[in-house]
Design a binder for this molecule. Structure first.
Ligand code: ATP
Ligand code: MG
Length: 576
């Protein structure tokens, strides 16, 4: 919590103005009933028109003053709160964008996004409320009590009875209503989550003909939300009448019991009106104070959660004074073992192989055998738990992380595209790519034809996640993005699974032609795309069950042979 508040520091001067303006507004608010009292009792009662006019002007001035104070407070408070939350969001983005895959696994990327967005918003609201109301509530409360004490001492005992009752009532009420609204919020979250999931998976829902079922499901949770909301509104609507009733009851009781003796001339109408006004002010004071406290209490878990995010350092770090020299692309895995969560479940066990610059390694293995995991270790998305990976003979952990990753062009199994034009996709791979390089990258990935078919060509806009592309187009652009880097180490994780056989053959030839000097690691479930590799690594359950050329493996490796035979029988595919 403390750390989070650091983010308000740059705006402390702005923030301090808010309560100052608020003090002014409160003073103006407090003075008005007294002016009114004089206007009535000393002016209207005695028919003194000029006095009435004078008091009226005072009242107007006080009201205007209050307006200035209120608006000023809001301006400064919202400035401070908005800038605070903008900085906080930026800090969170800066932290999370550096997260390694391990950090993302730990937080869960979906909840991380919603939590961060909601938490920052909650904190912004809490800061705004605090700046606006934290001073206002208690000040109104105490000020009004003091004024009654000094100007209408005879009514003070009445205050002593009504105020505690109001206080208890309001505190209980805020507690109860915040519980009720907490339930409503929970239902809102459920509705949102359901909507999000079903819209994201709309194709699945439709293709499986489940939309009627999902609609019924949605109706159920939506109805529950409606019911809870209505109930919450009932609760809220009771407070106004209840407090008015108590105030009125107090006044009637006071008249009845003779505390207020109008007919005896001890007290005047204006005083009573002012008193009722002050009571209302006191009530507002209590109410806003308890609201602020609730807001702050609600913000604490948010602050803690954000703090946890902000305190997280990337699981994979660049070493201090990391090695910064050109990478040639020799890769060696030396007894590498790796697991994601616990030692019981090694995903890779004792993997060793050596690749010279320019060589190609093909990796094949059943689904879940650890192929993608192996690839992720090379750009240090994760670090091995045992063993070392050396690049050009040096432990990859000793390289400056940027230098290491600069040398690698990787297309992951799920072709992930960020929104932007085709050209921007390529520039994501290499910021300063020239026309020629981009054209070559598109050609090598068999993308030229479909990009040319877009009306805007290179300026064609790809929507978030590449959803306006076909699966194969997405994969090809993701490859082009890796190609354009002209990396020393090229890593392709099953990136032609949705590409037709003709294009695939073409891409293979282009890779051989354009990346002769690069070390290539290619995972594929299709034997055809790796059979010409210098070495082929066969993975099974994280273990290396064979390594060698296609011919060697065919004659020595039972598993490889089986894969080859199955694929031949099924026309070239491993899984389908
Ligand atoms: N981020 C992760 N967190 C935890 N476990 C994971 C993670 N990614 C993969 N695994 C597990 O590691 C094992 C190997 O997964 P990996 O993705 O490396 O397999 P793969 O050989 O690439 O499979 P496929 O052919 O289906 O792509 C699997 O058992 C999988 O459940
Ligand atoms: Mg995989």
């Amino acid at each position: 919590m403390g750390m989070i508040l650091h983010y308000i520091k740059p705006y402390k001067w702005v923030a301090i103005f808010a309560p100052l303006f608020m003090v002014f507004e409160v003073m103006m608010d407090l003075i008005q009933p007294t002016i009114m009292q004089h206007l009535i009792d000393d002016g209207i009662a005695s028919g003194n028109t000029s006095y009435v006019m004078k008091m009226f002007m005072f009242m107007l001035l006080a009201a205007l003053g209050g307006l200035v104070g209120g608006v000023g407070c809001t301006i400064f408070a919202s400035r401070a709160a908005v800038q605070f939350s903008a900085d906080l969001r930026e800090a969170v983005f800066h932290t999370t964008v550096l997260f390694s895959s391990k950090n993302k696994d730990d937080f869960g990327i979906g909840t991380l996004i919603t939590n961060v967005t909601n938490d920052v918003e909650t904190l912004q609201r809490a800061v705004l409320m605090t700046l606006k109301v934290f001073v206002r509530g208690p000040l109104l409360f105490l000020g009004a009590i003091a004024i009654v004490f000094f100007t209408a001492r005879e009514l003070f005992p009445l205050l002593m009875v009504i105020v505690p009752i109001l206080m208890i009532l309001i505190v209980l009420f805020t507690k109860f209503s915040s519980k009720v609204f907490g339930v409503v919020q929970l239902q809102i979250d459920r509705v949102n989550a359901f909507m999000q999931e079903n819209l994201a998976g709309i194709r699945v829902v439709k293709s499986l003909n489940r939309h009627l079922h999902q609609m019924k499901q949605f109706q159920k949770i939506n109805d529950r939300l409606a019911n809870r909301s209505i109930r919450a509104e009932y609760v809220v609507s009771t407070l106004g009448p209840l407090t008015t009733f108590i105030i009125n009851l107090g006044i009637v009781a006071a008249l009845w019991l003779g505390v207020i003796k109008i007919d005896a001339g001890i007290i005047e109408v204006g005083v009573i009106l002012a008193f009722i006004n002050y009571l209302t002010i006191i009530m507002n004071g209590i109410m806003s104070s308890s609201n602020v406290l609730i807001q702050i209490a609600r913000a604490v878990p948010s602050a803690k959660r954000l703090q946890r995010v902000l305190n997280t350092r990337p699981a994979v770090q660049s070493p201090e004074n990391g090695i910064n020299r050109p990478i040639q692309g020799a890769i060696q895995f030396d007894h590498v073992s790796f697991y994601y969560y616990n030692e019981e479940e090694y995903v890779l066990k004792d993997i060793s192989f050596t690749l010279q610059p320019g060589e190609t390694l093909g990796i094949i293995g059943m689904t879940g055998s650890g192929k993608s995991s192996l690839l992720k270790l090379i750009p240090r998305m994760y670090d091995p738990k045992k063993g070392t990976i050396t690049i050009d003979g040096i432990d990859s952990k000793q390289y400056d992380l940027r230098v290491l990753r600069e040398a690698i062009g990787m297309a992951t199994q799920r072709a992930i595209l960020l929104s932007g034009t085709v050209e921007e996709q390529l520039r994501f791979g290499k910021v300063d790519a020239n026309e020629q390089q981009m054209a070559t990258a598109l050609e090598s990935s068999a993308s030229t034809a479909f990009v040319e078919r877009f009306d805007e060509g290179m300026a064609h806009f790809i929507t978030q996640g590449g959803h306006n592309l076909s699966g194969g187009q997405r994969q090809r652009l993701a490859m082009a993005r890796a190609f354009v880097r002209q990396p020393k180490i090229l890593i392709l994780d099953d990136t032609t699974s949705a590409v037709d056989a003709v294009s695939e053959r073409f891409i293979q030839e282009k890779i051989a032609e354009n990346f002769e000097q690069s070390t290539k690691i290619i995972v594929s479930s299709k034997l055809s795309s790796i059979r010409h590799a210098d070495q082929i690594l066969v993975l099974e359950d994280g273990e290396m069950v064979g390594i060698g050329t296609h011919e060697q493996l065919l004659s020595t490796n039972a598993i490889y042979k089986e894969i080859a035979e199955t694929q031949r029988a099924q026309g070239g595919m491993l899984h389908e």
